[in-house]
Design a protein around this ligand. Sequence first.
Ligand SMILES: Nc1ncnc2c1ncn2[C@@H]1O[C@H](COP(=O)(O)OP(=O)(O)OP(=O)(O)O)[C@@H](O)[C@H]1O
Length: 563
Amino acid sequence: MSHIQETHDQQHEPTNIRRLQFPLDPNSYKILDEIGVGVSAVVYKALCLPLNSAVVAIKSIDLDQSRADFDNVRREAKFMSLLSHPNVLNAHCSFTVDRRLWVVMPFMSAGSLQSIISSSFPDGLSEPCIAVVLRETLNALSYLHDQGYLHRDIKAGNILIDSNGSVKLADFGVSASIHESNSSRGWCSPSSSVFTDVVGTPYWMAPEVIHSHNGYGTKADIWSFGITALELAHGRPPLSHLPLSKSLVLKITKRFRFSDYEKNKNEKNKRFSKYFKEMVGLCLNQDPSKRLTAEKLLKHSFFRNCNKGLDFLVKNVLHGLPSVEDRFRIIKSPTLSVVPVVNKSIGDEDGEDEEMEDSNEKRRRISGWNFNEDGFKLDPVFPTDSEDDSVVKQVRFGGETIIQNKGGESKGESIRSSSLDQPSQFTQSTCSSSSSLGQVGEETRAVSLVQERGGESGESTPGELGESSPSSPGQGRTSGGIIDRDIVMQDLIFLKRNLEDERQTLMQVFRLLEAEEAVEATREEYLERMVERLRSELESEKKRNLELELEVEFLKMQIQCDN
Ligand SMILES: Nc1ncnc2c1ncn2[C@@H]1O[C@H](COP(=O)(O)OP(=O)(O)OP(=O)(O)O)[C@@H](O)[C@H]1O
C-alpha cells in the first residue's frame, strides 16, 4: 500500500490558524477524546502542540478495515484540500500512521447534526432550525455541483456545526469528481447519468444509485438531501429504526400491517409547513430529471422565507447542548445502534433468511418509494409486474393502489397504498435488480410498508376494500364480513402498544447501563457486548412475533366462530 503525506492548502481556512503548517507526525498531536465513529474510522478531539495547542479533529481511518480502497480514502483528503467554500469543511493535512490515515481537520465543536439529534432532539429539529441547516448545506451542495463534484453521502452525520452556528458539509470519502469520471468516458452534463458504482449509505441512497445500472448524477445528491430533510424533521431517516434483516423485516411486515401508525404520523406532521413539504417533495421525485437542482432549490419559497441567521441555531440548537465528547459516550449506547452505522454492503444475516423468502414473501416486496407530501413520508411503490402475475395484482382505485392476491386468498395480504406518482422507470429497474444492495433497498422499503400502510389499512372501511377487490369477499379483513376488522384491529393495536412499551423500557435500561459501562470498557469489549445484546433483542423480537402471529390466528378463529 502506498503512503501519502501531504499538507493541504490552508489559504481559505477562515480561522485564526489560517496558513499555518500543520505538522505531519502523530507526536505533534495530543489526543484528548473520542468524539465519533464511522464505518471504518474513529474521530478524535486533539491538540496540535506546536501550534499553540490549537484544537483539531483527527479522523483516523483504518486502512485495513476500510471497505473503501486506499484510493477512496486518499480521494477524501484530496477533495477536502481542493475545495474552498464557507460551508465545506477543509482538512488541514493528512498523513499515514502505521496502517491508519490521519486526516487533521478543524474541530467543529458541536459535532454532526446526527449526533446532536440522537442525543438531544430525538424527534427532530424545529422547522426554522431545519431551514437554516438545510440552506447552509444546500449552499455547499450547489458549490460542489458547480465545481463538477458529487458528494454521494449527504446525511445529517456529515453536516457539522461549530460553536458559532456555522454549518459545514464534511466527509468526502465517497464523493467523486464528474470531471475525473468523465475523463475516461467523455463529458456529460453533471445532472445526467454518469456514475454506476453503488456508494453511499443505504437509507439515504437515491433509487437510481441502488439500481445503478442506469447511472446517476448530481440529482442523486438531491434525493439524499431530501432524505436528510426528513431525518432532521423526524429525528431519523425513513425506515432506519429497524435492523436490516430480511426475516425480521418480513415478520414485522405481517405484524404491523394493522397498526395505528397513520394516527401518530398525522399528529407529528402538524408542525411542518406546506413549503417545507413541497420542497422535500421536489427532492424526492423518483425521476431524477424531475428533481430540482441545488441552485433552484435555494430559490424555493421554503428557503426564501428563511430569514434566520446562524445565531438562531446557537440559541435554539446549541444552547445547553452537552459537549460532543459527552454526547458521544451516550450515543455509543447499543440501543441507539438500532439506527445502525450502516454497513455499506449489507447482506443477509443468516441462511434462514434466504429460506424464509418464499414466494409469498416476495409478493410483499416494494419496488420503490414515492414521497407523500401530505403524510410527509415515503410511501412504498409496489411492483406493477409481479414475478408471478398469477399471484398478485395491483388495482388503481380512485388515486389509491390496492394490492391483493388473486383468487381471494388474501389472508390479510390486501394492502392499500396511496401514492402521488406512478412507479417510474427506476421502479421497474428495481424489480429486476439482483444486486445485494438492491435487496437492501427492497428490504428497507418493506419496513416502510410495515410502518406506513398499517394506519391506512385501519382507516379503510370494509366496503371500500370490497368494492375494489372482487375476489376478496369472505376472506381476511374484507367486505364479506366473516372477520370483524374492528375487533382484530383493536386487539392488535393493544398488543402492539404492549410490545412497544416493553421495548421502550428495555431500551431505557440498556441506555443507562451502557452509558456507565462505556466509560470503562474498551472499544472491543463494548462492540462484543453490543452484538450480543442485539442478538438477544433479535431473539426476543422473533419470539414476540411468533406469539403475535399465534394471537392473530387465535383471534381469527374466534371471530369466525362468533360469526
Ligand atoms: N471535524 C469534526 N469536528 C467535530 N466532530 C466531528 C468532526 N468530524 C467528525 N466528527 C464527529 O464524528 C462523527 C463520526 O464522523 P465520521 O465522518 O467518521 O462518520 P460518519 O460520517 O457518521 O459515518 P460514515 O463513516 O458512514 O461516513 C460525526 O458524526 C461527528 O459527530
